[in-house]
Design a protein around this ligand. Structure first.
Ligand SMILES: C[S@@+](CC[C@H](N)C(=O)[O-])C[C@H]1O[C@@H](n2cnc3c(N)ncnc32)[C@H](O)[C@@H]1O
Length: 570
């Protein structure tokens, strides 16, 4: 057994290279899942185990699209290592059957234990149940099921205000004790980091990167420039008054600065982005820039439509041209947006992130590049945990599987994991997106697998803007503007912004409190990620999702101190 994290990382890379050569090999996926578990990436382990499970189904289903490839890859294991299963007398078919059964059981075990480790208890329970339906005697799955239930019970007890949980029975025969499986929490978290094998992230502070960004910035905001800056460390939301955390040092990031004096009222940035999506019917918004379209039946201005699919509309011929050049061929006539509708209604924001992922996949396919090399995503900050990406590994095997499992679980729990993660959003539906675009998810592994999608989703969660519906206040349009999103937040911002088809930034006439606006040469341009008309608590509550912690701008610190003084004086 390898001992050092570096050796486990090398093993992960070796198995990945083998998968590039043999992309339908379920055994290789299971081997890599094991390595991911040791490295503290249970989300990636679950992703590999799910692909292995799909391939096991393909081996069984002679009509399956990838049946031949998956069966051939599996039988290679029987041929190259006849001792891998069965006794010497077993026929090839018998050995294949045994290997397939063992592999399938492992898939269920790996999926349930790793999803449970991520906090996706309901999904973990579902895989346990499916596994036990096939392997009723398996003690590992039965024990995992018990662990999931007791963990779920504890969490639900903690959550419920009256300290107890009411059981219910929907008559489907599930034995969940006094917790119903449908009530199990399913929102998990994964590590949010630049993975050690991710060679696509640029050094954003290098002269080359800044030079590139400033050439791009000059096109949309000629009076602004991108520079490195130090931002205050945000207050950890888990910090309590009894246990105040030690102040953290400021963090180096990028920001937008004025190259010359900017006058109050002056528009300083106009940017359009094709990395935009909406969750409404096709004829509500321009598919390329998200401008609201006029009512088609009474429209006077010209509206362009794709000549090949009859339900995608654009506000003008230029947007249609840009769509055809950048992403539309990958989705034309394929109803990719339907995947976003597979997300539950209460998860509208998550559905928009998923659709952004779909748009990025379509852009990369149309341009023939890796999704992490897209100009729209390459330089944006994914709120990665600093110091992440360093190899780390659970204490090594003692030969005692239960003890090793426990150590792996404790090891994972000790790491920061801040990327919201669920089985449907991070594993299942990204596969549906690929299939909708007629991409083979196995041969597309170099461009598409969970660590790549996690990286993209981290970037979108850190930077995407949302436009709310005037009808019900839920987010209906989302976009990543790669240059605008380099501007930082302040609760006393010096610019306003507005987003129709393009995003526009203009200098505030007046600052919060009535001071005269304007941005001096060399000063930082600050936008706002929340409604700055709110009080400090509400503002911080709104902005916490996009900032990653409680805002520590001068206004917040001042108003927090004022509120504390008022509370003290009764
Ligand atoms: C949209 S990006 C802004 C650009 C980013 N600074 C960069 O280097 O690309 C948002 C991220 O910037 C950081 N940020 C923005 N405003 C901040 C503030 N007032 N205090 C601390 N961090 C801030 C947070 O990490 C946030 O998640």
């Amino acid at each position: 057994m390898p001992q050092s994290p570096h050796i486990w990382l090398a093993e992960r890379n070796r198995l990945t290279d083998l998968l590039y050569e043999s992309p339908y090999d379920l055994i290789l996926y299971l081997d890599r899942a094991r390595v991911y578990t040791r490295l503290g990436y249970p989300d990636l382990a679950a992703g590999d185990a799910y692909r292995a499970l799909l391939l096991a189904d393909e081996v069984r289903d002679e009509t399956g699209e990838y049946h031949e490839e998956a069966a051939l890859a599996l039988s290679d294991h029987c041929d190259t290592d006849p001792g891998i299963c069965g006794n010497g007398d077993a026929t090839t078919d018998e050995r294949l059957e045994q290997l397939l059964n063992e592999g399938t059981l492992k898939c269920y075990r790996v999926l349930s234990s790793n999803l449970s480790r991520c906090g996706c208890l309901k999904s973990a329970w579902d895989f346990c149940k499916r596994g036990l339906a096939l392997f009723a005697e398996d003690t590992e799955l039965s024990e995992e099921r018990e662990r999931i239930l007791s963990c779920g019970k504890r969490l639900l007890r903690e959550q419920s205000s009256d300290g107890g949980h009411v059981s219910r029975d929907d008559g489907d025969g599930d034995e969940g004790g006094d917790v119903h499986p449908n009530d199990l929490p399913d929102q998990g978290f994964a590590r949010r980091e630049v993975y050690p094998w991710n060679a696509y992230e640029p050094d954003r502070f290098s002269p080359e990167s800044l030079d590139f960004l400033n050439k791009e910035m000059a096109k949309v905001a000629p009076k602004c420039e991108v520079k490195a800056t130090f931002l205050p460390s945000l207050q950890d939301i888990t910090t309590t008054d009894e246990e105040p955390s030690a102040p953290l040092p400021p963090r180096r990031q990028l920001g937008v600065f004025a190259k010359e004096d900017l006058e109050p009222g002056e528009i300083i940035l106009r940017e359009t982005s094709l990395l935009t999506v909406n969750n409404r019917l096709h004829d509500s918004f321009c598919d390329a820039c998200s401008t609201r379209l006029p009512d088609i039946s009474i429209a006077e201005s010209p509206i362009a439509a794709c000549p090949d699919c009859d339900d995608t509309f654009f506000c003008n011929a230029e947007c249609l041209r840009r769509a055809l050049e950048s992403y539309h061929p990958a989705v034309c006539g394929r109803d990719v947006e339907a995947v976003g509708r597979e997300v539950e209604r209460k998860e509208t924001t998550d559905a928009l992130y998923l659709l952004l992922l779909g748009r990025a996949i379509a852009m990369a396919e149309t341009k023939g590049c890796h999704p992490l090399e897209l100009r729209e995503v390459k330089y944006i900050w994914g709120d990665f945990v600093e110091g992440g990406g360093m190899p780390s590994v659970a204490a090594d095997d003692s030969g005692d599987d239960a003890a090793a499992e426990e150590r792996e679980g404790a090891f994972y729990a000790s790491l920061p994991h801040t990327l919201p993660f669920t089985f449907p959003l991070n594993i299942l539906l990204p596969l549906h997106l690929l299939l909708k675009m007629s991409l083979d998810p196995y041969t597309a592994l170099r461009h598409h697998e969970p660590w790549i999608h996690n990286t993209l989703l981290s970037k979108f969660r850190g930077t995407a803007s949302a436009r709310l519906s005037s009808h019900d206040g839920t987010p209906e349009v989302s976009a990543v503007h790669p240059l605008w999103c380099l501007a930082n937040h302040d609760c006393d911002p010096n610019v306003r912004w507005e987003w129709g088809g393009e995003i526009r930034f203009w200098v505030r006439e007046r600052r919060v409190g009535g001071r005269e606006g304007g941005v001096g040469k060399g000063e930082e341009v600050f936008g706002h990620y929340c409604d700055v008309g709110l009080g400090v608590k509400e503002r911080r509550g709104w902005a916490v999702g996009s900032l990653g912690g409680l805002c520590m701008c001068e206004r917040c610190k001042r108003e927090e101190a004022e509120e504390a003084r008022r509370e003290l004086m009764g």
